[in-house]
Write a protein that binds this ligand. Structure first.
Ligand SMILES: [Cu+2]
Length: 637
């Protein structure tokens, strides 16, 4: 009897150990049907995965599938219709909630070979030319919406970067006509264009000519002034989009190469009231080799598999009066293709990638065991980076277990609503491959979810906001004793974080931003634990955090609520109706404990006790996320 009970208990323990989330650990939650070369969080509980054209087993419309929407709560998915070759596209969300994926490759057959005749849509994959492709997806409620194709950019772009602008339209820059390890002058695209198109012509950008050969997926962020910061090779500029000219040449770094295929991990550091929304970019890892060794489209002029990836982290404030590259803490282990993902608490998860070599693949004789991969020795150990920690202690692996699945070339990671990180992909092969001698270089479909150390803590209530304006009125959030973990002291440690998780591909989550809203508080004056958080709208400058979809988290003492999908801005392209910010009331602490007395009339901060609600600027309608996002594709043409 006792024995049976013990056996049962052991069984129960095993079962829960398998299914439960281990803080600091991870779980393989299922498998995608297409390999996760591109990944974004498009709607509550739903991520979209895009692959390149290849021989996935899952079929749609008589050809292999290359797109999928995966439900992270039910672990079910539906295939999506993507027919033009998305290898290696770039993408981002527009200010109206539509997602876009631009560029890629010509039609290919098996093993990525050109179709015969070239550019024909033919067996076995029946894919179309994605070189200048522009594809759009607007999330909807009914599980039926899909990619809409048939639009074209002005030029072909393989490896383009996409950044949202202050009016919610897109900047699409760089890339090359056809694939290659690095850019060749013959097929470089030293230019950019907009979507919706402005005159249907690419605008010349000399910086993308002078940075050949290491300028694919140029690293670009819109800055508070409206200038575009662009980094490629070891150089950097601020670009004036209005005059279409270089506004300022920034110092070059002597540190590692950061652009693809060196593929450093990059992120704009969280913008907070405490740092006055200062914009600082962090670059970690990559590969340090002289410019003349990067070779050409066919492959590198050195053997990357013998080259350890860099540990070096550098920061730059592009709009400082005198911007300088400053050394940050080293990565704990060197990394190419490492990926930063914001966590709602204001720290950054860093994972994925390899210790040796670079992104990309090419047929060489370096190491046949790993097929054609130019990177090796995957790093399974995630780190957490705390930008506010004292120097010397910013990276930590404390309490973090190694991940289970390698994430080499063509892998991705994205933030989920519950504050965990979903990782997908890895496929350093020209086509679906299961027979490399080193199995970790085979095509990978497993999805693995990583859990922050606070994952199982009691969480504050989810916010009930749907839309945020730029400036204008403030709104109140009622904080219960439960939200504050029964400790009134936590009201001082409460914030609202807005995160755009962005469009993940090739080790970069394009468009990723973190902004803490300005806030003050009024603690309950009656001695009970609770109060009101007074929260400002977005700062009155759409360059700081561009319009479009994002998630909002209530964070109390470092523990976040579940993320609420919201719309930042009007939900439409064009003028975002920026207005001056209304000052917040001064914070009011709880009175010091008094001798007990009757307090029938003593309750009350006098603040609204409504549940949290987003207040938007006058003239804006608070719209549900899907409502704001579901607009006719016509409006972006
Ligand atoms: Cu690629």
């Amino acid at each position: 009897m006792i024995k049976a009970a013990a056996a049962l208990a052991a069984l129960a323990y095993t079962a829960s150990a398998v299914s439960a989330a281990t803080p600091g650990g991870s779980t393989v939650i299922g498998s995608s049907k297409v390999s996760g070369m591109m990944l974004f969080n498009g709607a509550p509980g739903k991520v979209v995965i895009l692959d390149k054209t290849e021989g996935n087993e899952a079929q749609i419309d008589g050809h292999p599938a290359w797109g999928e929407e995966y439900d992270t709560e039910s672990n079910t998915s539906r295939l999506m219709r993507v027919t033009t070759n998305t290898f290696c596209a770039g993408g981002m969300s527009l200010g109206n909630g539509t997602w876009a994926a631009f560029g890629g490759n010509e039609p290919v057959g098996k093993d990525g070979n050109q179709t015969q005749p070239r550019f024909s849509i033919s067996a076995p994959y029946f894919d179309g030319d994605g070189g200048a492709g522009a594809r759009f997806y607007t999330p909807c409620d009914d599980g039926n919406c899909d990619w809409v194709e048939g639009f074209k950019m002005a030029v072909r772009r393989w490896y383009p970067t996409v950044e949202t602008l202050a009016d919610g339209t897109l900047w699409i820059g760089g890339g090359e006509d056809y694939g290659g390890y690095v850019t060749d002058e013959g097929q470089n695209q030293p230019n950019y264009e907009f979507w919706p198109p402005r005159g249907n012509q690419a605008v010349d950008m000399p910086f993308l000519r002078s940075t050949v050969p290491v300028n694919l997926y140029p690293l670009a962020w819109l800055m508070a002034s409206g200038k575009l910061f662009v980094q490629a090779g070891q150089d950097a500029i601020l670009w004036d989009l209005d005059s279409a000219s270089t506004y300022k040449e920034l110092p070059s770094t002597t540190g590692p190469m950061k652009c693809y295929p060196a593929s450093a991990g990059v992120a704009m550091l969280p913008m907070t009231p405490a740092n006055n929304y200062e914009q600082e970019i962090l670059f970690c890892g990559g590969v340090q080799r002289p410019l003349n060794e990067w070779g050409n489209g066919g492959g590198p002029a050195y053997n990357p598999l013998n080259t350890p990836a860099s540990k070096v982290c550098e920061r730059l404030k592009p709009e400082d009066d005198n911007p300088t590259w400053t050394q940050d803490d080293d990565l704990i282990t060197g990394r190419s293709m490492g990926t930063f993902v914001y966590l709602p608490d204001g720290k950054l998860w860093f994972g994925q990638g390899v210790h040796m070599g670079t992104a990309g693949y090419s047929t060489q004789d370096y190491n046949k065991a790993i097929g054609i991969s130019l990177g090796d020795d995957p790093d399974y150990q995630p780190m957490v980076y705390d930008p506010t920690a004292p120097k010397g202690s910013r990276f930590s692996t404390e309490g973090l277990q190694p991940m289970k699945v390698q994430r080499m070339y063509h892998s991705t990671a994205i933030l989920l609503e519950d504050g965990s990180v979903l990782t997908s992909g890895s496929n350093p092969n020209a086509d679906v491959t299961f027979d490399n001698a080193a199995p970790y270089t085979n095509t990978e479909y497993r999805l693995e979810q990583w859990y922050p150390t606070w994952y199982n803590e009691a969480r504050p209530s989810q916010l009930n906001i749907t839309q945020l304006a730029y400036g204008g009125g403030n709104f109140d959030i009622t904080l219960t004793a439960k939200d504050l973990s029964d400790d009134i002291g936590n009201i001082k440690k409460t914030k609202v974080a807005i995160i755009r998780s962005g469009f993940a591909t090739h080790g970069v989550n394009f468009g990723q931003r973190y902004l803490e809203l300005n806030s003050t508080y009024t603690a309950n004056q009656d001695g009970t634990v609770g109060g009101t958080l007074h929260v400002a709208n977005m700062p009155p400058n759409a360059n700081i955090f561009q319009p479009g979809p994002a998630m909002a988290f209530l964070v109390v003492n470092g523990i976040p609520s579940k993320g609420q999908h919201i719309m930042v801005g009007t939900g439409q392209l064009g003028d975002q109706r920026v207005s001056a910010a209304t000052p917040l009331p001064a914070s009011q602490d709880a009175p010091p404990p008094q001798p007990k007395q009757s307090s029938k009339n003593g309750s009350a901060s006098g603040k609204s006790s409504d549940s949290a609600a987003g207040i938007v600027a006058p003239g804006l309608k608070a719209a549900a996320f899907v409502g704001a996002g579901a607009l006719a594709l016509l409006s972006i043409l």
